[in-house]
Design a binder for this molecule. Structure first.
Ligand code: AMO
Length: 488
């Protein structure tokens, strides 16, 4: 005797019918099938299945009217479900977009129709079906399902919705479940733009004859001021996580002239702000036989290339999310530090020459020239690290050959001409209270012809904040680290 398989619509039928069927199944199971699995299938048509031989034939973006009538196999995760009784819609999202699965009673098999009723948001799903034109669906087409496979069924409702630009819950709830949060299109788009930006940076610098390097992240000494170091155990010694590849990229100009690195920097930032991370990504660039004026010109051309690439390559996302990508015109405005201090003082700010310029103070000076990208140049040597070259023609070398690239009140990058003579570097170290002996590994190469050189470090997350108009740096970081967060 053939055992009737638990079939379509069981859970919808009257309880009497269900009971009758149940007893039949039970009777049958005594002969052939273990009772538990059959009873489980009754209330749970959508069982988790293996991938097996299923392979995607089309991405969502390829399912459009031109694919009408063809049979396709699509895979992704469920981003939305609508049930109108005799017609059910499941939105299936993959890395390229979203596709609508439309199940009409009578049009697809009863089994598939009933399975679809059990589909919940976030389930990882595969569908085999026929493509049909549908004006109202994404890409103008939908899939009429022939077969479904749930690879992993969502067990709980997520604590937030992933539709729409914003979330009603706080960022910490989202960060606790970041991989799910990243299914939000407005958020994942930031990281697609990041990919475009990284490609653009590599393309631009390769064209300028730079080579990409990787330098140690476990290091012996601070480079950017002792306060912001993370100490670690290195066998039996104390070491630190690198705050920047500064000294290594400088050394590498001796052999390669033009180098860059895209990698992590670690800063033990005690403050809780929307612009500081404990682990950030820096684009570090260093070039031989140039000064800060040359690398300012290089950096602004690189920013132009990044923004142009994003505008071209992410056109559709920018349009659908209505992102306002900044307008970039070269050259960027440039203000010397001294001029800016004067202007700030005139505007009534209590600031003195030699003070650092905080974002709060800069907000007070916003005009059309400081809304977008601009440079602040010629900072006091006293507020810049020891490797920054003082201007030889400034009184007592009080001014340095340095710059910050700003976007509004947000600092995106800083750079400078570097000191390339040993005695001058030792003197600057001493002036800043550093022990030259601790930098012996660095100072020794200065006996062998360090070329004049200059460079900059550009914060990747901050650049993305500027390009995408994101307020909180945590949303331009996949898994942000800050004073309160070390997981996920
Ligand atoms: P600086 O310390 O100014 O310079 O860092 C360069 C850029 O890196 C980014 N950045 C950060 N982003 C997020 N969170 C942080 N805690 C953080 N710290 C820095 C900023 C900043 O402008 N060695 C020099 C660069 C150079 O001269 O080449 C340096 O590290 O966008």
């Amino acid at each position: 005797m053939l055992c009737p398989r638990p079939r379509q619509g069981f859970h919808e039928r009257s309880s009497a019918l269900t009971l009758a069927l149940l007893s039949k199944v039970k009777l049958c199971s005594q002969v052939q099938t273990p009772t538990t699995s059959v009873v489980k299938a009754l209330g749970d048509l959508l069982q988790e299945e293996e991938l097996g031989q299923w392979r995607r034939t089309h991405y969502s973006s390829e399912i459009n009217p031109s694919a009408s009538d063809s049979e396709v196999l699509a895979m992704g995760w469920v981003s939305g479900v609508r049930d109108h009784g005799n017609i059910r819609f499941v939105m299936l999202r993959d890395m390229r977009g979203e596709i609508q699965i439309t199940a009409k009673r009578g049009e697809c098999s009863d089994r598939v129709f009933d399975m679809i009723k059990e589909v919940k948001e976030h389930t990882s799903l595969g569908v085999r079906g026929k493509v049909r034109s549908q004006q109202k669906a994404p890409n103008g087409a939908e899939i009429v399902p022939l077969e479904l496979k749930a690879f992993s069924v969502s067990k709980k409702a997520a604590p937030f919705l992933i539709q729409g630009k914003t979330s009603s819950v706080g960022i910490d709830t989202r960060l606790d479940l970041r991989a799910v949060d990243l299914r939000r299109i407005s958020l994942s788009t930031i990281f697609r733009i990041r990919q475009t930006a990284l490609n653009a940076i590599r393309e631009f610098l390769a064209r300028q004859q730079f080579i990409e390097v990787n330098t140690p992240k476990m290091i012996a000494t601070a480079t950017e001021g002792g306060a912001a170091l993370f100490p670690i155990f290195y066998y039996d010694r104390e070491a630190f996580l690198a705050q920047s590849p500064q000294l290594y990229k400088e050394q590498l100009t001796m052999a390669f002239e033009n180098v860059f690195e895209i990698g992590p920097i670690f800063r033990a930032e005690p403050s809780r702000t929307n612009r500081h991370l404990s682990e950030a990504t820096s684009v570090d660039v260093e070039k031989a036989f140039v000064d800060y004026g040359d690398v300012i010109a290089l950096l602004e051309r690189m920013v132009l290339h990044i923004v142009d690439s994003v505008k071209e390559k992410n056109r559709d996302e920018i349009k659908s999310l209505e992102l306002k990508i900044p307008t970039v015109e070269l050259p960027f405005p440039k203000y010397t530090y001294s001029d800016l201090i004067e202007r700030l003082q005139e505007a009534g700010e209590r600031i003195h020459w030699g003070d650092d310029i905080s974002p709060q103070v800069m907000k007070g000076l916003q005009d059309e020239r400081t809304n977008g990208f601009y440079f602040i140049t010629d900072w006091p040597a006293s507020v810049k690290p020891f490797y920054v070259k003082p201007k030889s023609d400034s009184a007592e070398e009080r001014i340095s050959e340095s710059f910050d690239l700003m976007y509004g009140s947000l600092e995106l990058s800083s750079g400078s001409t570097r000191i390339n003579r040993k005695d001058q570097l030792v003197a600057r170290m001493a002036k800043q209270g550093l022990k030259p002996e601790a930098f012996d590994y660095h100072l020794r190469v200065f006996d062998y012809g360090v070329p004049p050189h200059a460079g900059f470090g550009l914060g990747m997350e901050r650049l993305l904040m500027a390009i995408t108009g994101t307020e909180n740096i945590r949303d331009t970081t996949l898994y942000p680290r800050d004073i309160d967060r070390l997981a996920p």
